[in-house]
Design a protein around this ligand. Structure first.
Ligand SMILES: NC(=O)c1ccc[n+]([C@@H]2O[C@H](COP(=O)([O-])OP(=O)(O)OC[C@H]3O[C@@H](n4cnc5c(N)ncnc54)[C@H](O)[C@@H]3O)[C@@H](O)[C@H]2O)c1
Length: 445
């Protein structure tokens, strides 16, 4: 057996040194490579974050995102043009703001039905369930009405729309509605009802041709007025809520744009509109929900225990009034923002001329639903609601034949029928109101 040779230490040491050198070189290269990679990744992430921040920055309104992403595409513009094109000879082309809302969706359908072109605009805010607004949007889409997802404060979007379509009319219904919400979010009223209205009027003033504008004011402008029934000649300088104050501001702003820029402007003072596809924040709607689910409702009386009453106006009557106002609106007279001659400026009440107490409204609902309501009688809080509304509509009747024809019983029956169908409520109905569903009515859902 050959004796084992002692290891050649000088060779081993050299080899180890060489290996260690290689390791150092590799580590250095690795470090250099990974720091380059790290640098690039950081740069990429920063750019991505900057991009996301720019998109979500509050100084960049929601609509800019839309302008970037969808409004500049040919297919979006095609939808806008198609929806706005009338289908009858000398049909109108109407921009309906708030088309995802209660009154806006009904008016859009009525205009489209008679062959006018309709383009909707709505920001689908969450003041009440956006899902209801989206359902209305789907309904409108089935009738080839496209609603642009955007805000009336978006001057860029508005001018883009006016450059795409020569709208003959704007039916402006987008607003922050409701009286009590002002205690929680006062600025939403200023943003939509004042700033948004001015932004819209600026766009309309600059449009060529200038459209005629019909817009929703409110019976709430009568505020502390105690003369009855409310006439357009009565005082409206004592609003009882911020909502009313912003609607009244709208009427004054309308005067200014009519006076300086020749815009044809018609304000419609709606009185408590109700009906199918209505607003969940309104009493008839929330009472229906609460009665069906066995929750107690608060029925208001005045501070001196008198009944609170409203001139409840059925949606179909209001729609007829809106279309009548549109059809009798004269053209705006300005061009390039400059008034050529004086233009039409009008204000009309659209009510039912027949107030019903909230207590009696509840009795009608109880009968229709076949359920007795649990009631708490509560004093009307001093936060904006007025005790009584009653419209004199003789001006609207004289100028465009407005004659409301639906009583509360009939209108609420139609509302309840829609409500149980929409929310899929399986329940037992009062036989007398068997028109509500096929004889199947009420219970909690
Ligand atoms: N329903 C009533 O009883 C009644 C009574 C008086 C006046 N009004 C007025 O009539 C109009 C329509 O009321 P409604 O009952 O259909 O209310 P609604 O809340 O159902 O409809 C308003 C729509 O406007 C949209 N909107 C709000 N702010 C917007 C903005 N800044 N940009 C784009 N869209 C915006 C909302 O998303 C909503 O879909 C409103 O101007 C309201 O103040 C209604």
């Amino acid at each position: 057996m050959a004796p084992s040779l002692p290891p050649d230490t000088s060779k081993t040491t050299k080899l180890e040194r060489y290996n260690s050198y290689l390791r150092r070189v590799n580590t250095t290269k690795l470090l250099a490579a990974s720091s380059t990679l790290l640098f690039r990744a950081t740069l990429l992430i920063s750019l991505l974050l900057l991009f996301l921040f720019t998109l979500s920055s509050p100084t960049q309104p929601h609509h800019h995102r839309q302008l970037l992403s969808s409004t500049l595409t040919p297919s979006w513009e095609k939808q806008v043009r198609q929806s706005s094109t009338p289908r009858r000879p000398s049909g109108l082309s109407v921009l309906v703001t708030g088309a995802g809302g209660f009154v806006g969706s009904h008016c859009s359908l009525a205009l489209k039905r008679r062959g006018d072109g309709v383009l909707g605009l709505d920001n689908f805010n969450s003041y009440y369930a956006p899902s209801l607004k989206r359902s209305r949007q789907s309904l409108l889409l089935k009738h080839s009405i496209f609603i642009v997802d955007g805000d009336i404060n978006d001057a860029e979007l508005l001018s883009h729309l006016f450059s795409l379509v020569p709208f003959t009319h704007v039916l402006h219904l987008a607003a922050q509605a409701g009286v009590r919400y002002a205690l929680r979010n006062p600025l939403s009223y200023v943003r939509s009802n004042v700033a948004g209205f001015v932004t819209l009027l600026e766009a309309a003033k600059a449009a060529d041709p200038q459209p005629a504008i019909v817009w929703a004011s409110s019976s709430s402008v009568y505020g502390l007025n105690s003369d009855n029934p409310f006439s357009e000649h009565h005082r409206t300088d004592r609003p009882a809520s911020l909502y009313a104050a912003t609607k009244k501001a709208g009427e004054e702003i309308a005067h200014t744009y009519n006076h300086i820029h020749g815009l044809s402007l018609t304000a419609l003072r709606f009185f408590t509109v109700y009906g199918p596809w209505g607003r969940p924040d309104m009493a008839y709607f929330s009472f229906t929900k609460d009665i069906l689910s066995g929750r107690a409702i608060s029925v208001y009386v005045t501070q001196d225990d008198k009944e609170v009453a409203r001139d409840f106006t059925y949606i179909d009557d209001v729609v007829k009034g809106c279309l009548g106002a549109i059809d009798t609106a004269e053209k705006s007279t300005g061009s390039g923002g400059v008034k050529r001659k004086s233009a039409q400026l009008r204000v009309y009440n659209l009510g039912n001329t027949s107030p019903v107490s909230v207590k009696d409204m509840v009795v009608i609902l109880e009968k229709l639903l076949g359920v007795k309501a649990k009631k708490n009688i509560v004093k009307l809080p001093r936060n904006g609601d007025v005790p009584y509304t009653h419209a004199n509509v003789s001006l609207a009747e004289r100028d465009f034949g407005y004659r409301p024809s639906t009583d509360l019983q009939t209108g609420l029956r139609k509302f309840v029928k829609w409500y149980v169908g929409y929310y899929g409520i399986k329940t037992r109905v009062n036989k007398e109101t068997a028109t509500v569903g096929e004889g199947e009515v009420v219970e909690s859902s």
